[in-house]
Design a protein. Structure first.
Length: 438
């Protein structure tokens, strides 16, 4: 069913500021900003994106085309609920421990799914005028207003990344900036759309922009990992004597990135989040993701250890944690093949008691689906699989994506989630036939 869509106008400025539930117009110190934003660019499709989101919402009632004259958040809750989306904005101090940091508002669905999908940060206009964020981003030293506006942007960007949210809103009621994270190679890009309350001929009304972004966030959001901590620790260890001491201790706790075998299996060790320098997400699928990670060395000047990490949220999906344990056991059983046929296993780790991850040696890129497999490559793929078979195992998931090739041309098999002991020689024969059909 298509929603009958008015422009959802919003006209009454006073109650928006003074409303008792959602005003939050007080000056507070910046908390947990992220200062590595590299690209800020226009979100050119924003009006069409939110229009499509509202049109496709399963509305329970036709919305009135009359202007809304009550406080904006009250209107927002009412409209979104009538569009079939159950949820509300929770304020700082609400007791929701899945929210990392202290954004002014976080959109959550219900108690059973409390992970934030959208964060909102308010700044009084006398603290951050927010008139021109792109100019402030390009030249923060131009004026005190530019510096304050950039500080506010970096704060909401920090909350978005800490909570792994795709969308965020920065507002001082006069100006609202609707933000979307873009997963580029460096993962440090934001797109923006600006709406001025009471502006001349705005492309969308303020209320429509808010409603549309909530609907987008509800249907399309980044993988989120909750934490029971009230605040995250400092993102990385400090570059001073005390920081290096803490870093060395954390690396020792992580087994110096050399996984210890205990009774034929890898022990799950604690990995301090401050050691994890996430570079890029190579895939997001199901309950987890695969990321390129740099793990720092204990001494100044040491080269970071580059690893590929397979990460799952065990609070969200305990079964995914069990599968990761099975994969770690497969790497343990095939330890003699590490570094030649399968990746070297750096460690099986737990972060905050919430995330579990395997840290593995990078072994190049998967064999492309459209690449013609010549006889040389075909033999290398068969040879790699044969060595797993010689150890008495089958891989369990023969596909091009699980054959990786280094720049030097060495072929590795990855993703041992389904690897197990062969129950019959015919299983290995069948698996080798699968290679022939790739």
């Amino acid at each position: 069913m298509e929603t009958t869509l008015p422009d959802l106008p919003f006209t009454d400025y006073g109650p928006a500021v003074l409303g008792q539930f959602h005003s939050a117009v007080r000056a507070t110190p910046w908390k947990y900003p992220r200062t590595d934003l590299q690209v800020l660019r226009p979100w050119t499709t924003f009006p069409a994106d939110i229009h499509d989101a509202i049109q496709s919402a399963p509305a329970f009632a036709t919305l009135s085309s009359a202007a809304f004259s009550i406080g904006l958040p009250g209107s927002l809750d009412r409209v979104v609920n009538r569009l079939g989306v159950v949820g509300d904005f929770q304020t700082e101090g609400s007791g929701n421990t899945t929210v990392i940091g202290s954004p002014d508002f976080s959109w959550v669905m219900d108690r059973d799914r409390p992970h934030p999908k959208l964060v909102v940060e308010y700044k009084p206009w006398w603290i951050a005028n927010l008139e021109n964020l792109p100019a402030a981003f390009e030249n923060p030293g131009a004026s005190i207003h530019s510096r304050q506006s950039l500080d506010a942007l970096e704060q909401v960007y920090g909350y978005m990344t800490f909570n792994d949210n795709k969308f965020g809103i920065l507002s001082n009621w006069h100006h609202a900036w609707f933000l979307r994270r873009v997963e580029t190679s460096h993962c440090k890009t934001l797109e923006y759309f600006h709406v001025e309350l009471g502006g001349l001929n705005p492309p969308v009304s303020m209320l429509k922009a808010w409603v549309g972004l909530v609907l987008l966030a509800d249907g399309d959001w980044f993988y989120s990992s909750p934490t029971p901590m009230r605040f995250p620790p400092a993102r990385y260890f400090a570059n001073n004597a005390e920081g290096w001491k803490d870093r060395k201790k954390a690396i020792r706790t992580a087994g110096d990135y050399h996984a210890p075998l205990v009774d034929g299996t890898y022990e799950c060790l604690e990995l301090d989040f401050q050691l994890c320098h996430f570079d890029t997400s190579t895939s997001r699928d199901g309950p987890g993701c695969v990321m390129n990670v740099r793990l720092p060395q204990p001494n100044p000047g040491g080269r970071d250890l580059h690893a590929v990490c397979k990460i799952v949220d065990v609070l969200h999906d305990p079964d995914a944690g069990d599968l990761l344990r099975d994969e770690a056991d497969a790497y343990a059983a095939l330890q003699p093949l590490q570094g030649s046929v399968i990746p070297t296993f750096y460690g099986f780790y737990e972060v905050w008691g919430i995330l579990r991850l395997l840290a593995l040696e990078p072994v190049g890129e998967a064999i492309p689906e459209d690449e013609e497999i010549d006889e040389t490559l075909w033999n290398e793929m068969r040879d790699a699989l044969q060595r797993i078979h010689d150890a008495g195992y089958i891989h369990g998931d023969i596909a091009r994506r699980n054959f990786c090739r280094t720049e030097e041309g060495t072929v590795f098999l990855v993703d041992l989630e389904r690897c197990r002991l062969a129950q019959d020689p015919s299983e290995q024969d069948d698996e080798m036939d699968e290679v022939d059909s790739l």
